[in-house]
Design a binder for this molecule. Structure first.
Ligand code: AHM
Ligand code: MG
Length: 339
């Protein structure tokens, strides 16, 4: 029988490639793996538990209703990361300010984590895939709890990023800048195993993922690109297929494996787009670039955008290299940015 590699074994093996202290990243990633398994257990039985489903009665910083599972997932990731002592604070979609770790080993942690603990919240109650997205940086401050400035680093400074998809199976996909690897949870023993080594996104694809209901509000370049996707042309395999789940993790994961483009552009009602730079666009961009794809805001590389606030939004054009380049060429031609 072939040896099946667990997430723990893989992390220890690969930590040689990591430029900072060896044990740190493995403790951090294993904390994320642990919280993911706990959240997975709750997500899986959500339909059984009346007190888990539904609104938690509060609104998060974006003014969206918080679901109970969002709150639960947030608490679990915060706790797991605090316990390991490698992280001095977090920025989370669910918390307005920096979550500062002020006690125990955590104060001296060398890393900060930006996280969307449960993405795709509109899909929680309806048994559709949801996910967790995380991004890890070295702190820039010297000591004490994490500061706001620790998070104002460009995506190029990420030391690791990943997502967990709670889907028909649960997977953890991450990169530390040496390619992308995917692990599938074996629920019977509660461990992740390497199932998708060295993931590469096809250079071309035939799936486009965008909320077409917003069509009238899209920039002209996006409208023209959508029409391009729908034109019949055997040479370029068009018309393409439209697939939109409404959980970015699930849409991205599918496109990573099959090839495709995901677009959340600016709209007239969301002039900066919807997705958040720190804990959605940047980790996705790191992963997709590491897999051979592209991630831009329609004009510029996402990873080079300078953040100025924790919950900053950005338009996102991400996926197969040739598809993203094509979509950008439509933006350039029909919706050029003012200099
Ligand atoms: P959320 O973090 O509140 O869940 O919002 C992010 C989600 C993405 O997962 C998804 O792709 C997008 O919002 C869907 O938005 P829309 O319903 O506007 O298409
Ligand atoms: Mg989200």
């Amino acid at each position: 029988m072939n040896h099946v590699k667990s997430l723990g074994e893989f992390i220890v093996e690969k930590q040689e490639d990591f430029k900072y202290a060896k044990g740190e990243l493995s403790r951090l990633l294993s904390a994320i793996g642990l919280a993911a398994r706990v959240v997975n257990r709750e997500v899986n039985k959500a339909g059984l538990m009346e007190d888990i489903l539904g609104d938690a009665g509060a609104e998060n910083v974006q003014g969206e209703a918080q679901k109970k599972l969002d709150v639960y997932a947030n608490d679990e990731f915060i706790r797991a990361l605090k316990d390991r002592g490698e992280v001095c604070g977090l920025a989370s979609e669910e918390n307005e300010g920096v979550i500062e770790f002020k006690s125990g080993y955590a104060v001296d942690g060398q890393y900060v984590v930006a996280i969307d603990p449960l993405d795709g919240s509109s899909n929680i109650d309806v048994n559709v895939s949801i996910g967790t997205i995380f991004s890890i940086y070295r702190r820039t401050s010297k000591s004490g709890p994490a500061t706001f400035d620790d998070f104002m680093q460009k995506g190029t400074e990420q030391v690791a990023a990943g997502y967990i998809i709670y889907g028909s199976s649960t997977m953890l996909v991450y990169t530390t800048g040496n390619g992308v690897n995917g692990f599938t949870l074996d629920p019977s023993i509660g461990a992740f195993f390497l199932s998708h080594p060295d993931m590469k996104i096809p250079e071309d694809g035939k799936i486009y993922s965008i909320n077409e209901g917003n069509y009238v509000h899209f920039p002209e370049g996006v409208k023209k690109y959508i029409k391009y996707c729908q034109v019949e042309d055997a040479a370029t395999n068009r018309p393409y297929t439209s697939r939109y789940i409404g959980s970015a993790v699930a849409d991205l994961h599918r496109n990573l494996i099959k090839g495709g483009i995901y677009i959340y552009p600016t709209t007239t009602s969301s002039p900066n787009g919807k997705l958040r730079l720190l804990y959605e666009a940047n980790p996705f961009a790191f992963i997709i670039e590491q897999a051979g794809g592209l991630a831009t805001d329609g004009f510029r590389r996402i990873l080079e955008v300078q953040p100025t606030s924790l919950h900053q939004r950005t338009p996102l054009f991400i996926g197969s290299k040739n598809m993203v380049e094509k979509a950008m060429s439509f933006m350039e031609e029909f919706s050029p940015q003012e200099a």
